[in-house]
Design a protein around this ligand. Sequence first.
Ligand SMILES: NC(=O)C1=CN([C@@H]2O[C@H](COP(=O)(O)OP(=O)(O)OC[C@H]3O[C@@H](n4cnc5c(N)ncnc54)[C@H](OP(=O)(O)O)[C@@H]3O)[C@@H](O)[C@H]2O)C=CC1
Ligand SMILES: CC(=O)N[C@@H](CCC(=O)OP(=O)(O)O)C(=O)O
Length: 338
Amino acid sequence: MTVRIAVAGASGYAGGEVLRLLLGHPDVEIGALTAGGNAGSTLLTHQPHLLPLADRVLQETTADTLAGHDVVFLALPHGRSAEIAAQLGDDTLVIDCGADHRLTDPAAWDRWYGGTHAGSWPYGLPELPGQRDELRGARRVAVPGCYPTVSSLALAPAMGLVEPDVTVVAVSGTSGAGKALKPNLLGSEVMGSLSAYGVGGTHRHTPEIAQNLSKVAAEPVGVSFTPVLAPLPRGILATCSATLKDADADVRAAYEKAYADEPFVHLLPEGHWPTTGAVLGSNAVQLQVAVDRDVNRLVVVAAIDNLAKGTAGAAVQCMNLALGLPETTGLSTVGVAP
Ligand SMILES: NC(=O)C1=CN([C@@H]2O[C@H](COP(=O)(O)OP(=O)(O)OC[C@H]3O[C@@H](n4cnc5c(N)ncnc54)[C@H](OP(=O)(O)O)[C@@H]3O)[C@@H](O)[C@H]2O)C=CC1
Ligand SMILES: CC(=O)N[C@@H](CCC(=O)OP(=O)(O)O)C(=O)O
């Protein structure tokens, strides 16, 4: 089967990564590509690596332009997806890389994003318990945020083994912030420096991580989340910890069991630790677990590429699931090294 796809936000980082992956997908034909203010320019201007699509002219992001495709990927700023998606019929599979449809609680949406909640869609993290079934045949998919992806996968197998109160400190490359110029992202501010931001429970991914872990734990899970910006283009390394209920619990066995059949989530052999370099450009998640005996805490380190498994790779994985294609089509588990 050949699936005709469109990408809204094709000039951005997430849209560009969706296209990079889809250029290697055997069942896809690439249709309309749209942007905001950059509509009218060629894709080459924004995505110098996507030469097979170099001459494509970016169109305006309207429902008319996007209609008539089998799949529409929305890689737009927060708050821009809902209105467009509402105008696309159920014959179109809509995959939203933004946040508009991730949170299930309207009050949480209002608190963290503000304004009217557009409703929640099937959540695009197939590796969470029960989630894959929700995505098979779905017509709408909310792709998770990059930090919630890595932290939820790092901690989900431990739910029940740890107290429902977790800490996540995650270091991210700068592409996570998108292309828009921000003062803290100027080259001279970022290079050679690490900086924490969204400290003190103020980052909008906190409720998304809590939503995921609370669903798995079947009880409210408190989340203390601190993101850190690093001078890397891509990659997230998350260190997650929680107090063990039973000091002798076999946590490694729980992780081995949870991810034994997952094509993209890899618990590394003991003694090896995840690195962002090892997952670069791939849809892989690398994990390692340890128990800090002195303080009786489980410590999990996890790495993803924020643009791949953290956004575009997850979007393609979910497209495959929704369309009934093999889940791994067009996706690699092999990173780039060194
Ligand atoms: N970067 C990442 O690691 C991740 C990103 N995401 C999500 O993906 C989405 C896109 O992010 P990202 O690619 O990083 O952002 P970028 O800033 O790199 O790209 C944004 C894209 O949206 C377009 N756009 C901006 N404003 C409008 C508008 N008013 N109408 C139509 N199009 C518009 C831009 O077009 P133009 O060039 O014309 O301005 C551009 O194509 C966001 O919702 C983000 O949260 C999710 C997970 C991780
Ligand atoms: C480094 C950096 O700035 N990262 C982004 C997260 C990107 C992402 O996954 O998020 P959304 O889809 O929810 O925007 C941030 O902290 O806002």
